[in-house]
Ligand binder design. Structure first.
Ligand code: GAL
Ligand code: ZN
Length: 685
């Protein structure tokens, strides 16, 4: 019987014996079946160089195994002990400003320092040797949230080696980086540095490549540990927890190939309804990455907060029921379980008020009672672990494009590929259309529709793959700035968006970025017949609005379906449509408002035969299916404050009730309907 994983980060090293005894008792009560142990335990495991203290960890693992609880055993390499930095000061990280950091927090190491890499491999090897064959060991959790950058001389040396491998010769590098600009021509590899503090704007191609290098350097640190662990324990999956965010110098789409199971940490930053949409995006992104992983199509929510959402200024407590509903929402989208940071709230340390399944108040608390209830729910829906989400729509999110658009000196300081990807995904989410968020433009045949939201960097190969896919019947929606630059970030000349000009049938001559408060109105094309229900209407009637961006679009094969109204672009094309072979390529030259975007993407999805999962549901009611052969499970999640009736048939595994046509979802309620193969409403695949 497949099972869903339930539990989270467990830090027994912070607690005395009597608490540990209670922990296991409480884990059993909550039906926890996986504890992540040892993430930041290096100084307890190796208090002095080469002196290991494993006794306490032996006890913990034995005790967990004895109670049927498995362990994701972490290598503790995200923070070396104090002795390490004192013995190897060159392995402490250096900021771009040249400041060498000291221990006292976490992630304080240089990923390029041989001393750090060696120490990390030693402790990983010691753990693998000690715990291979331990009955508790179910998974290896390498490190924690790889994301640290270093600008030191060791990193500089490694960066040069990486550049040599990428470019072969200096001429190619000088060309790729456009070093003729501002007298940066390199005559010797030794002259090249990581991006450090500069007088004025740095070279964007150098910054972009340094991020790519950092991703590969950290990946090498990960794979070195992984290979040691795999060799010691073949058959035990090895992974690391991915952290999302524009600041993270990790290209997760590439990393996904190297993990046995894609695992993500996710902490939404919106206490309101936006949190559910953020979580859906993260889940769909993890699923997109998992396409490239041996452990796919499933993935794992490795960390989320049981009871809080952080915003810039304060912590927000989750409403009753929200923890369970958000957990079910992640599982609906393919997570193989619900793991939390963390099991028990600490007494001290930098995160002493971070929430936990066992809060400071102890087990006599709402949160722990909800944790117990959630454990029961996950048991009842365990069979859905066999199912996988089938999305026919994809939103492309390319981390290097996101990095490139963070450069200063671009036409707007508010460009944000991650934000655009969320915006596109949110538009589909509101329409009830399930989409994968994909990190590479490969395997396109799985999709009937693809959205490229500001996919700034594009290689010739990627553009070629898109062209063939559209010609074979795909529906493409590209938005402004997609395909404008090549992989090195050099603009493709002759009119934007160079790589996609022919496919989209447009030529963009000039950009007109908008001020923060500016809006543009779009109206239907006066001459055109009905093209798309989303933008259909009386000729010259305003149908939607745009913000952030506008541009001078010339038609070069495409037809306009919406035009700018007013301002310098009055009457010029804003949204275009180009029939190519059996497919259609749409271009959207502004950032559409949420409602207009949802209508447009919803209409294109419908034309691609990829409609909503469960008919027209009110906004805030989520429906997603997991399929396994002829079986399917329909997850219904009501994030709103009102009850709603939803079409469904089968058995609700959460309540045990039969569902014959309509299911009443209470306010904030959830259902997981085991569907009869013939009874799935709206089931078209
Ligand atoms: C995660 C991290 C955990 C903990 C948590 C708190 O990103 O992996 O160690 O810091 O955030 O929000
Ligand atoms: Zn360094």
């Amino acid at each position: 019987m497949p099972r869903l994983l339930y539990g989270g980060d467990y830090n027994p090293e912070q607690w005395p014996e009597e608490v540990l005894a209670q922990d296991v008792e409480l884990m059993r009560r909550a039906r926890v079946n996986l504890a992540t142990v040892g993430v930041f335990a290096w100084s307890r495991l190796e208090p002095a160089p080469g002196e290991y203290e494993f006794g306490w960890l032996d006890d913990v693992l034995d005790r967990l195994a004895g109670n049927g609880i498995s362990v994701a055993l972490a290598t503790p390499t995200a923070q070396p002990p104090p002795w390490f930095g004192l013995a190897h000061p060159e392995a402490l990280p250096v900021t771009a400003e040249g400041v060498r950091l000291s221990h006292g927090s976490r992630d304080t190491y240089c990923g390029s320092a041989p001393a750090y890499r060696a120490a990390a491999l030693r402790i990983a090897t010691a753990l693998a040797g000690r715990y291979r064959g331990h009955p508790a060991l179910a998974m290896w959790h390498v490190h924690n949230e790889y994301s640290s950058t270093c600008h030191c001389d060791l990193a500089a040396e490694a960066f040069r080696g990486w550049l040599r491998a990428r470019y072969g010769g200096l001429d190619a590098l000088n060309d790729a980086w456009t070093t003729a600009f501002w007298s940066q021509g390199y005559g010797d590899w030794a002259q090249i540095q990581p991006p450090r503090a500069t007088r004025y704007l740095p070279n964007p191609a150098q910054v972009l490549d340094f991020r790519r290098f950092t991703s590969d350097e950290l990946l090498a640190a990960y794979t070195a540990q992984r290979d040691v662990l795999r060799a010691a324990t073949p058959g035990v999956p090895v992974t690391t927890n991915f952290v999302l965010g524009g600041w993270v110098p990790v290209d997760h789409a590439r990393w996904a190939r190297e993990v046995d199971l894609v695992a993500i940490d996710h902490y939404p930053g919106d206490p309101g309804a936006g949190a559910e949409q953020e979580a859906a995006f993260a889940a769909d992104l993890a699923r997109g990455w998992a396409r490239h992983s041996a452990g796919g199509p499933g993935w794992l929510l490795m960390e989320t907060a049981p009871n809080l959402i952080y915003t810039a200024d304060r912590m927000h407590t989750k409403e009753p029921g929200r923890m369970a509903r958000q957990s079910l929402a992640a599982i609906a989208r393919g997570s193989q379980g619900a793991l939390f940071f963390q099991w028990r709230a600490p007494r001290g340390g930098a995160e002493l008020f971070h929430s936990a399944l066992v809060p400071h108040a102890g087990p006599d608390s709402r949160v722990f009672r909800e944790a117990v209830a959630l454990g029961g729910q996950l048991d009842r829906i365990a069979e859905c672990a066999a199912g996988a989400v089938r999305a026919r729509v994809a939103v492309a999110y390319d981390e290097p494009s996101a990095w490139a658009l963070q450069a200063p000196g671009l036409p707007s300081s508010r460009l944000d590929h991650l934000g655009e990807a969320r915006h596109a995904h949110g538009a589909l989410w509101r329409r009830g259309v399930v989409a994968d968020v994909i990190g590479t433009l490969g395997g396109l045949d799985a999709y009937a529709m693809i959205v490229l939201p500001g996919h700034y960097l594009m290689s010739d190969d990627q553009a070629g793959a898109l062209r063939s896919w559209v010609a074979a019947g795909g529906r493409l929606v590209a938005t402004f700035l997609s395909g404008v630059a090549d992989e090195c970030g050099r603009v493709r000349t002759g009119g934007y968006p160079g790589a996609l000009r022919d496919l989209l049938g447009v030529r963009v001559e000039e950009f007109h970025p908008l001020a923060p408060d500016d809006r543009v109105a779009l109206h239907t094309d006066a001459g055109g017949g009905p093209r798309c229900p989303a933008v259909d209407g009386e000729p010259r009637r305003s149908v939607m609005g745009g913000e952030l961006w506008s541009e001078t679009v010339h038609l070069a094969g495409a037809e306009a379906v919406a035009r700018y109204a007013g301002g310098v672009l009055d009457g010029r094309p804003a949204i275009t449509r180009h029939a190519v072979g059996d497919g259609v390529a749409w271009y959207v030259s502004t950032r559409l408002d949420a409602d207009g975007y949802a209508r447009l993407l919803g209409a294109v999805a419908a034309s691609a035969g990829a409609g909503p999962e469960c008919g027209d549901l009110p906004c805030g009611v989520e429906a997603v299916r997991r399929h396994d052969g002829a079986r399917s499970w329909l997850f219904l999640l009501n994030h709103t404050g009102a009850a709603h009736d939803v079409p469904a048939a089968g058995v609700d595994l959460l309540s045990g009730a039969a569902v014959a046509g309509t299911l009443r979802l209470t306010a904030g309620g959830a259902a997981v309907v085991q569907e009869l193969p013939t009874a799935a409403p709206g089931f078209s695949r």
